[in-house]
Write a protein that binds this ligand. Structure first.
Ligand SMILES: NC(=O)c1ccc[n+]([C@@H]2O[C@H](COP(=O)([O-])OP(=O)(O)OC[C@H]3O[C@@H](n4cnc5c(N)ncnc54)[C@H](O)[C@@H]3O)[C@@H](O)[C@H]2O)c1
Length: 249
């Protein structure tokens, strides 16, 4: 029970990696608030009887974020852990990407982290909390047809480092996790109906991971919980790569 009584906010906690992290924090005694664009009812049902609150929030909308954080502040007053995890992909050649496509990816993957972090900072400061940002292995290496996504994720890494420097004086730690391909709805959408991704088929993508398999959402949740825990008490400004060896070639 590493997180007994701790207050944890997870964005994009309704699916995939975020849902696995929500589950793991709840199992370790935390109270969890989820910010997600998904309607809250199915998620409330999923975690019925557990200490989980779901807010329907678009993290790229400043007003919605501020309002939800204000409600959370009334409820909790403090925040021990913020997991900035909500993210989307646009997969396609640069000629096929509209300005709106580009803005949507950057607004959710990058501006969303800025907005939620800024709004939550007073609550985090009061308890010297922890921030974990979900980046990607594509923050470290490039991939064709992922220009907006890779730009957003590598920006998340340097945001993480700069913020870590800025808030160290409050005892707040800020780190990122860089997953490889993880078996979530986001990944499956790329290959739906026999579609191929820029790296080929799903099997081709799997072969790019030396461990020769996809990651499981629970494995990334474990990395997020480690960075959020007292075991990582001297780790800040770093990126924990959990990519089955993808970036080790
Ligand atoms: N799955 C992978 O292979 C993989 C690899 C590396 C990094 N990531 C990153 O991990 C994170 C989680 O991805 P996932 O694979 O679990 O995806 P997912 O699609 O399963 O889950 C993402 C969640 O974010 C929510 N979301 C989307 N836009 C939002 C918004 N504007 N405001 C609030 N919530 C929003 C979705 O509703 C969903 O519940 C993302 O940041 C993604 O870029 C995923």
């Amino acid at each position: 029970m590493r997180f007994a009584g701790k207050k944890v906010l997870i964005t994009g906690g309704g699916s995939g990696i975020g849902a696995a992290a929500t589950e793991a924090f709840l199992n370790e005694g935390a109270e969890v608030a989820v910010f997600d664009v998904i309607g809250p009812e199915p998620l409330m049902e999923r975690w019925k009887g557990k200490k989980c609150t779901v807010f329907q929030v678009d993290v790229s909308c400043a007003e919605a974020v501020d309002e939800a954080v204000r409600q959370l502040e009334k409820q909790w007053g403090v925040l021990d852990v913020l997991v900035n995890n909500a993210g989307i992909e646009f997969v396609g050649a640069i000629e096929e990407m509209s300005e709106d496509d580009w803005d949507r990816v950057l607004d959710i993957n990058l501006k969303g982290i800025f907005l939620v972090t800024k709004s939550s900072l007073p609550m985090l400061k009061s308890v010297s909390g922890v921030i974990v940002n979900t980046a990607s292995q594509l923050a470290i290496v490039g991939a064709p047809h992922f220009t907006a996504y890779t730009a957003s994720k590598s920006a998340v890494l340097n945001f993480t480092r700069s913020l870590a420097l800025e808030v160290a004086k409050y005892g707040i730690r800020v780190n990122a996790v860089c997953p490889g391909a993880v078996d979530t709805p986001l990944l499956r959408r790329q290959f739906a109906d026999g579609k191929q991704g820029p790296q080929g088929t799903l099997e081709d993508l799997i072969r790019m991971h030396p461990l020769m398999r996809l990651g499981r959402p629970e494995e990334i949740a474990a990395a997020i919980l480690f960075l959020s825990s007292a075991d990582a008490s001297f780790i800040t400004g770093s990126a924990l790569v959990a990519d089955g060896g993808y970036t080790s070639w």
